[in-house]
Design a protein around this ligand. Structure first.
Ligand code: NAD
Ligand code: TDX
Length: 341
């Protein structure tokens, strides 16, 4: 059995990654280390093979806890753990800086102390800032690092501490930079699950600014598979951009959700724009496709339909969140109560 250490495995992408690895391999055992912040959810881990998945509650900023949890014979660390929501980073950046940067440094130090063979840093396209609206420019691996939000700055800084650990101590490290994910179990503060949850409840759908910002959407399972393949085949010291060549304006995404659910477009409510709102993300995935042999397997239409179906069939999962601390965030951020119609 090969052991891997996954941080942030109770979150949206980490749990999808764990499910994929357990389903598609038979010789991998996973230690899943997660602090269970507001975004971490043990419900996301229900039904996993307990012989090959061990959950440990812990914080990546806690050096001792990490060293205690990380086995000596572990092949790799996959660092998914992060504060991940741009809007929250605008309200307060503190946790973003400590978890996303210092937490990553703690993990790198632990990897060095225990001679872990490979470190996989799950980063984001947002480290490269924003693109103009015309459709000829894309992010590639040579694009400059120029983050625009506190969240993006913390993720860019995490990439830099990974780079420094490799240059200084020879840590074998690869970085993945993916675009916007969607799929089952995404916390309903992010665009797609927020809009699905609100539409299902006939509540207003808050669209920032003119709704014409563009994001490059990828189904979460495709991202998870790319991370696994980069771990297996990526070159140490390299970053790999991951995207499904699926650019959509926010308004198009929101109207597709309303149409799928048979709800009126009049539920759309234009609200004050996000501060420093990046206009467009678009990823050139040529490197991961050619060097690693990865390509997306899920079309936008299939992925969105599967996602909407999952939220329809798991309304108790959504409602448990909507009835918790999320209510306070929602009120502070949108100036209205969850459930306002
Ligand atoms: P998420 O917010 O759903 O999950 C984050 C997880 O990390 C949670 O389970 C949380 O409990 C855990 N966590 C937070 N702070 C921690 C700490 N200090 N110690 C241990 N665990 C901690 O996030 P996600 O959307 O699943 O994103 C996962 C990773 O992928 C992040 O690193 C994010 O930057 C990156 N990413 C996300 C997207 C996207 O579209 N969501 C796109 C590209 C990259
Ligand atoms: O209420 C909303 N209204 C709205 O118009 C919300 C929450 C979002 N939006 C817009 C802002 C963006 O243009 O939708 C777009 C997507 O927003 P988010 O879901 O917050 O994602 P984004 O800011 O693009 O960042 C995401 O992709 C990169 C993830 O949250 C990050 O973790 C990832 O790194």
């Amino acid at each position: 059995m090969k052991k891997i250490f996954v941080t942030g495995g109770a979150g949206f992408i980490g749990s999808a990654f764990i499910r994929l690895v357990l389903d598609e391999t038979s010789d991998v055992e996973i230690i899943d280390f997660d602090a269970l912040t507001y975004a971490g959810n043990l419900d996301n881990l229900v039904g996993l093979d307990e012989n090959r998945h061990k959950f440990i509650h812990g914080d990546i900023r806690n050096r001792e806890a990490v060293l205690n949890a990380l086995p000596d014979d572990c092949d790799a660390i996959f660092n998914f753990a992060a504060e991940s929501h741009v809007d929250r980073s605008i309200h307060s950046a503190d946790e973003f800086l400590t978890t996303n940067i210092i937490g990553t440094q703690v993990l790198l130090d632990a990897a060095r102390a225990k001679n872990i063979r490979r470190f996989v840093q799950v980063s984001t396209d947002e480290v490269m800032g924003t693109l103009p609206e015309d459709d000829t420019a894309f992010f590639n691996e040579d694009s400059p690092i120029q983050p625009n939000s506190p969240y993006a700055a913390s993720k860019a800084s995490a990439e830099l501490v990974v780079r420094a650990a490799r240059e200084t101590f020879g840590i074998d490290a690869v970085i993945t930079r993916c675009g916007n994910n969607y799929g089952p179990r995404q916390f309903p503060e992010k665009l797609i699950p927020l809009m699905i949850a609100n539409a299902m409840n006939d509540e207003p759908l808050p669209v920032y600014g003119d709704g014409k910002n563009v994001r490059d959407w990828i189904y979460v399972e495709d991202h998870a598979r790319a991370i696994w393949m980069v771990y297996e085949k990526g070159k140490s010291g390299e970053a790999y951009n991951i995207g499904a060549r699926n650019e959509r304006q926010n308004l198009e995404v929101v109207t597709s959700i309303l149409d799928s659910l048979g709800k009126p477009h009049s539920l759309i409510k234009y609200v004050t724009d996000r501060l420093g709102h990046d206009r467009r993300y678009a990823i050139d995935a040529t490197k991961v496709e050619n060097e690693i042999g990865w390509k997306t397997q899920t079309t936008w239409e299939e992925g969105l339909a599967k996602t909407i179906r999952w939220y329809q069939e798991n309304q108790d999962w959504v409602e448990r969140i909507r009835n918790g601390a999320y209510r306070d965030y929602y009120k502070k951020h949108y100036g209205m109560e969850v459930g306002t119609v």
